[in-house]
Design a protein around this ligand. Structure first.
Ligand code: P6P
Length: 343
């Protein structure tokens, strides 16, 4: 497990500034965008911690674009990110799990060269029971970098390999912010006493192979037969493979965070209920896959690289198999009907 804590005292703002120095042409606009985003995340973290006290729990009478009842914290997190990001002049458009269509930048604000796509509160079904939830974000450059007009759907619907940065916040026993801009994956932990995200793990690398698998086994009967055989294989001891352990939290951010650190495989496959998988490509799978790949992992839909998929709509879903490269490749082999000879 290649996870080393760092003793360096580096705030996330200094990290952004040091990354900016890697780009002589940088104007500082991207660093200011990230500064505003981390403010929103700090505010969401504060209210997630207080959720039980603030009566922000419980269902609203609103429903999101997918017909799911929106919990107050979802709604609040969505609003916080919008209000932190709409006026900085860095974005030309936003898109969110909680909004049906594009989120325009108000007319009286400058339109910048970046696009923000986000899931304000991932794992909302876990909010009321104090289980880890998260925020996921993905940043692209607009297609016309010098345009100052409203961003368009084409600016949003870009394949994941065009992301300039991606990350997630994990609101668990501590608040982590896991971030990449294509130079590896760095983990920051929020220190409430000073109100800063401090660098705690630098250039995280995922193990090549793990011993955990993460999937909702309650859907076993809905899976493709090859997937059933793969999961059955994982659960058994073989001469060159110990039985894997199941870990499933039901919040993608938490399950992916554990996979990043411990290795193994996280899966949300297609099944009879979700013929295209359940997780959303734009604001869940693309950012999570960029992070996993930047840590040396692999992320596919069972055959094709997630980051190469061409999006056709903001809320489209895709199956996902991500984690340690050897585990994901083995899963793909099973899905193609090629099983190890020793079975
Ligand atoms: P299931 C949370 O609602 C979420 O969108 C993801 O964070 C999580 O991985 C998945 O759904 C869990 O889905 O069907 O296993 O409850």
């Amino acid at each position: 497990m290649a996870i080393f804590s760092t003793s360096k005292l580096v705030t996330i703002e200094r990290h952004f500034a040091e990354e900016e120095d890697l780009h002589p042409e940088a104007t500082g606009e991207f660093s200011r965008l990230l500064r505003d985003l981390t403010l929103a995340i700090r505010m969401i973290a504060r209210d997630v911690r207080r959720a039980g006290l603030n009566d922000v729990l419980g269902l609203t009478d609103m429903h999101n674009v997918h017909g799911e009842q929106v919990k107050k914290l979802d709604d609040y997190a969505n609003d916080i990110i919008f209000r932190a990001m709409d006026h900085g002049g860095h974005l030309c458009v936003m898109a969110s799990e909680e909004s049906q269509g594009l989120i325009p930048i108000p007319d009286h604000y400058h339109k910048g060269k970046y696009v923000l796509v986000f899931d304000p509160l991932d794992g909302s079904s876990n909010i009321d029971v104090n289980v880890t939830i998260g925020t996921i974000f993905s940043i692209y450059r607009r297609l016309e970098p010098n345009a100052t007009t409203d961003g368009t759907l084409d600016d949003v619907l870009q394949p994941g390999y065009k992301q300039v940065a991606a990350g997630y916040a994990s609101y668990g026993s501590s608040t982590n912010l896991v971030y990449t801009s294509g130079h590896g994956v760095d983990v920051f932990t929020f220190d409430q006493t000073i109100g800063e995200f401090l660098l705690t793990n630098e250039k995280v690398r995922i193990p090549n192979k793990g011993t955990y698998y993460s999937i909702n086994e309650g859907n076993y009967h809905k899976w493709d037969k090859n997937l059933q055989q793969y999961v059955d294989y994982l659960k058994n001891d073989y001469p060159d493979k110990p039985a894997y352990s199941l870990r499933y939290i039901g919040t993608a951010v938490a399950d992916v965070h554990r996979t990043l650190y411990y290795g193994g495989i996280f899966m949300y496959p297609a099944d009879r209920a979700y013929p295209n998988g359940k997780l959303r490509l734009m604001y869940e799978l693309n950012p999570l896959s960029m992070l996993i790949e930047q840590a040396g992992g692999r992320s596919t839909n069972g055959s094709d690289r997630i980051l190469d998929l061409t999006p056709t709509s903001i809320h489209e879903r895709a199956p996902v198999f991500l984690g340690s490269p050897d585990d994901v490749l083995e899963a793909e082999m099973f899905l193609q009907g090629k099983h190890p000879t020793q079975l």
